[in-house]
Design a protein around this ligand. Structure first.
Ligand code: PLP
Length: 281
């Protein structure tokens, strides 16, 4: 099931064409997006998602609608979604038509959660470590590379996912050229070491995750320590658990890394998933 809303507050047919062929989002991936989870009519981390959308847009010098307009657009799809349970909303803003009047293309597309996503939440995933090809200092040295912005240019991320699938794995963990861990193509990496959680810093050129922030908030309140600091690839195999977290997948445990079993993290995963869910109870 899918549902499309436009900035003027109208609903539109998600099967019909709405974007010009010279749209710069289409021809150059020049735009930004966010994907927000909604459970029982309540969005999760909408504020942080919209903050990150505006931050990404600033990194691209992209003129986007103001916060209240995004909130109205979001509310339109949430109000119109006809089913109980969970769904996701993708908010998109492109630079608009190349030969147009400079108006950005903006829409919100709501969609059902795929069964395979639910299955991975329950059973965990296999992952492979893949080189992302940059060092952790590059984001600061070269802001024009837009590392850490959530742009529509996800072709590399999707190619990495396909590579993982071609070697029989579900997921990817990207590493930097110095062997430090970055993120997944659509997720944040969190390692569990005793009662401590660790995730790499956004300054290394990765997206600051809204789910990771919510998980750390919940875990710290329950007495866990939570650190944002570099994680080395060797730390993954040595950890008590490796998690991939994001809005739609929620909290997922990595069962095998590069074909090697990781320690069974069912215990901490269950506790941390419960803490995360209780944030929204
Ligand atoms: N990193 C990347 C590259 C992502 O695309 C995503 C989400 O899709 C995340 C991390 C996790 O972000 P969030 O928890 O805000 O969904």
């Amino acid at each position: 099931m899918r549902l499309l809303a436009l900035l003027d507050g109208t609903l539109a047919d998600p099967e019909a064409a709405h974007v010009r062929v010279d749209d710069l989002g289409l021809t150059r991936g020049d735009g930004v997006f966010e994907t927000v989870l909604v459970v029982d009519g309540r969005p999760r981390e909408l504020g942080p998602h919209l903050d990150r959308l505006l931050r990404s847009a600033r990194m691209l010098d992209l003129a986007v609608p103001a916060l209240p307009e995004w909130e109205r657009l979001f509310a339109t799809v949430v109000a119109a979604w006809p089913e109980p349970g969970e769904f996701a909303v993708k908010l998109v803003c492109t630079r608009g038509a190349e030969y147009g009047d400079g108006t950005p293309t903006v829409f919100a597309l709501a969609f059902s959660i795929e069964p395979h996503t639910v299955e991975k939440r329950r059973n965990g995933v296999s992952a492979v470590v893949l080189d992302r090809g940059f060092d952790p200092g590059l984001a600061e040295r070269a802001p024009w590379l837009l590392l850490g912005a959530k742009t529509l240019s996800y072709a590399v991320n999707m190619a990495a996912q396909r590579h993982a699938a071609s070697v029989g794995a579900d997921e990817v963990i990207f590493t930097a050229s110095d062997g430090s861990v970055l993120e997944g193509p659509t997720s944040t990496v969190v390692v569990v070491e005793g009662r401590t959680l660790r995730t790499p810093p956004a300054s290394s050129g990765i997206l600051p995750g809204t789910t990771q922030a919510a998980l750390f908030r919940a875990a710290e309140r329950a007495g866990w320590a939570a650190k944002v600091e570099p994680v080395l690839v060797d730390d993954l195999a040595a950890a008590d658990g490796v998690l991939l977290v994001s809005s739609v997948r929620r909290i997922v445990r990595v069962r095998t890394l590069d074909g090697v079993d990781l320690p069974d993290a069912t215990g901490p995963w269950t506790e941390l998933s419960d803490l995360y869910e209780r944030e929204y109870a």
